[in-house]
Write a protein of this length. Structure first.
Length: 492
């Protein structure tokens, strides 16, 4: 027999523990320096597209960079990044990221379990299941509730509406919807656009989504919901699900969940609550009643990377009946078969949702909760609400500012309106320009909203470093920039 030698070992990618420790310590120093800038530093560095591209878009080298070169590149990335953890970051709903969560991500990536299969991720799977059970209990769901972490609120909403579709139409996973009657979903006109996207992906088309009118408070009108459901039934359309807002993205408004739950029960509809943002209120005993009725939901979207401050992406889909995800997403694959009579294996979460390969995202939320405790999160969430109410009071006290709507949760929308100006179209253009210049200035970073058809500047607190001085700076800069833009006619 010929002597067949094995290939020589190739260890280029295998860093020894000593180098990993040294490099990791230097990256941690970089991270600590970044943290030191967040409380009072700008929310957005003044950079252009060309500046950023020049600084970070390197060519991939044939040979390795030195550790010094790598650290310099990482520093450039930090220097050219938006700072959602800054106290002045008040835009959109992107949380600050917790320190324990960020550090836990290193371990999660280092151990690198695939949380699609229990055998590949025993500890990770059991932690995720425990965290899901705990979150479900905070929302008031029963012990048999289930769910999992998913890749964002969009995927959570899609998952929920797939569960609703699958319950409503027999054999839909095999036959599709071609033999089913027309199907309909219902949501507020203030609902997130991912409800429309879900209907598209599920093969129903965006026209299957009925947008229900809202009241003066911007909450879904239950009488209009009933009217639309009755009209569909009369026309031979099958109502399937209602998606209610548990904190609308633009304004933070919560739909009347109790009343909507009654409608869902009356017509046998799936009740989904999109609480991607507002769901964090259930961690506070004081704020939890704001979401009264959410305990009747069949499914709930909750993004821990929003108002629970976790690193992206940390979204959760919670399901009242924990058996439904398996019924909607189970699949057969010969390469994962096991002898269950011999193997002691738990739940394979990859067969409970759309994602088969899954990372250990639950750890970042889990470790932060262990490190801080629920009560600390509750106090901070309550503080965000108190700050928002204070901001609204300050807006009402100033002659050239006005509230666009009542504040809700940690969102306040307001407008800069110069004295004597009653041209609404002009005020809309003015506020768009002011908001843009605030972002370019970078000391505070709000976003925009359209409220009752009018353009507003929007403050959303989902960062635990924001305090009253940041909000006062927002008001001062809004008035300063607003006066300058108005006086020079730049918004005309």
């Amino acid at each position: 027999m010929a002597d067949v030698r094995p290939p020589e070992p190739v260890r280029d990618l295998d860093w020894p523990p000593e180098r990993a420790r040294a490099f990791g310590a230097r990256v941690l120093d970089l991270y600590a320096g970044y943290l030191g800038e967040l409380a009072d530093g700008p929310a957005c560095p003044p950079v252009s597209t060309a500046d950023v591209r020049e600084a970070v878009a390197l060519d991939v080298p044939e040979e390795p960079l030195s550790d010094d070169e790598l650290l310099a590149h990482l520093q450039a990335i930090v220097d050219h990044s938006l700072r959602p953890g800054s106290g002045g970051f008040l835009a959109y709903i992107s949380g600050a990221g917790t320190v324990p969560g960020a550090i836990a991500d290193l371990l999660a990536s280092g151990v690198n379990p695939n949380v699609g299969g229990w055998v590949l991720s025993p500890a990770a799977t059991e932690i995720e299941l425990q965290l899901v059970r705990w979150l479900a209990s905070r929302f008031g769901l029963p012990r048999e509730a289930g769910g999992q972490f998913v890749g964002g609120g969009s995927l959570a909403n899609l998952t929920a509406l797939k569960l609703a579709r699958d319950r409503a139409v027999a054999d839909v996973r095999v036959r599709g919807v071609q033999d089913a009657p027309p199907l309909a979903f219902y949501c507020s006109s203030e609902a997130h656009f991912t409800i429309d996207r879900a209907a598209d992906v599920l093969g129903l088309g965006e026209s299957a989504v009925r947008k229900v009118e809202v009241d003066e408070r911007l909450a879904l009108r239950v009488d209009e919901l009933v009217r639309l459901v009755e009209a569909d039934l009369a026309a031979g359309v099958r109502p399937v699900a209602i998606s209610a807002n548990g904190g609308a993205t633009g304004t933070g408004v919560i739909d009347p969940l109790d009343e909507i739950a009654d409608v869902a029960a009356r017509y046998g509809l799936w009740l989904h609550v999109d609480a991607a943002y507002g769901g964090a209120a259930v961690l506070s005993d004081e704020l939890r009643p704001l979401l009264r009725g959410i305990e009747h939901a069949d499914s709930i979207t909750f993004d821990a990377h929003k108002w629970l401050y976790a690193p992206l992406l940390s979204a959760v889909i919670l399901v009242r009946d924990g058996t439904r995800p398996g019924a909607s997403f189970s699949a057969h694959a010969s390469y994962v078969e096991q002898d269950r009579d011999v193997a002691d294996r738990g739940v394979d979460l990859g067969f409970e949702g759309l994602q088969l390969s899954r990372s250990f995202v639950a750890l970042r939320v889990w470790v932060a909760l262990l490190a801080h405790g629920r009560a600390a999160f509750a106090r901070r969430i309550e503080h965000d609400v108190a700050l928002t109410r204070w901001l609204a009071d300050r807006v009402e006290a100033l002659p050239d500012l006005e509230l666009a709507c009542a504040p809700s949760l940690s969102i306040c929308c307001f407008r800069y309106v110069p004295s004597g100006v009653d041209d609404e179209a002009y005020v809309d253009r003015l506020n768009t320009r002011v908001m843009t210049e605030l972002q370019l200035d970078g000391r505070v970073f709000p976003s925009n909203a359209v409220v009752h058809g009018r353009t507003a500047i929007r403050s959303c607190i989902v960062g635990y470093r924001t305090e009253a001085e940041h909000l006062q700076r927002l008001l001062d800069l809004t008035r300063e920039i607003g006066a300058r833009v108005h006086d020079t006619g730049l918004a005309g």
